[in-house]
Ligand binder design. Structure first.
Ligand SMILES: O=C(CO)[C@H](O)[C@H](O)COP(=O)(O)O
Length: 206
């Protein structure tokens, strides 16, 4: 299992400082959508510059203009960029083609993705699919659940949205390869300890 630290609603400097604290206990670093919206690709560039050996995920949540947005992320140093699974098929195709051309990866966020697109997404190899409970669902939507759909055997599975020690048992049933953890690490007094405790608790569930 990999831990992807999601960094949202922070300045670039704050995000780097948190990643530095948690560095040894996390695998991938996500530049959250909010950072990309607020500070642009500078946030990706700065993070890659500080962590050249870490896998950097640009959570750009592309829905259109895929070639332009994905090239921009990869040229800035991202190793993975995200696209919404609900996007038109052509957009998904262009994301996959662009990532292949750069030797990089695509993460497909399955938030609100309907059956037709879920079927379409099954064909892609070498992508990560992300089962995501959104911030709005967490904060205003009552109790949302991670979708339990089965995915193609060639695809890695990530889960995101309010993950912390108390949600691990429920998540274990989905058997994700990547746990995307934001607030539970970024808001912790000791981000390194918080990440270590999540990993230990996950391993104890095995
Ligand atoms: O994609 C995201 C927001 O759109 C976040 O990466 C994801 O929700 C993780 O953050 P948290 O653990 O705080 O929910």
């Amino acid at each position: 299992m990999k831990i992807q630290l999601a960094l949202d609603r922070l300045t670039i400097e704050e995000a780097i400082a948190i990643a530095e604290k948690a560095e040894q206990e996390i695998d991938w670093i996500e530049i959250g959508t909010s950072l990309i919206k607020e500070f642009g690709v500078k946030s990706i560039k700065e993070m890659k510059k500080r962590f050249p050996n870490k896998f950097i995920v640009a959570d750009i949540k592309t829905f259109d203009n895929a070639k332009y947005e994905f090239e921009m992320c990869f040229q800035a140093g991202a190793d993975i960029a995200t696209v919404m699974g609900a996007a038109p098929a052509v957009t998904l195709d262009v994301c996959v083609e662009t990532a292949e051309r750069f030797g990089k990866k695509v993460m497909i966020d399955l938030l609100n993705t309907l059956e037709e697109n879920l079927k379409y997404i099954e064909q892609f190899d070498n992508v990560v699919v992300c089962k995501h409970i959104s911030k709005d669902q967490q904060e205003h939507g009552g109790k949302a659940q991670w979708v339990s759909l089965s995915v193609s055997g060639h695809q890695e599975v990530a889960a995101a949205g309010g993950i912390g020690i108390d949600t691990l048992a429920e998540l274990k049933k989905l058997n994700p390869d990547v746990l995307i953890v934001g607030s539970a690490i970024s808001k912790a007094e000791d981000p390194k300890k918080a990440a270590r405790e999540i990993r230990k608790a996950w391993e104890a569930l095995s």
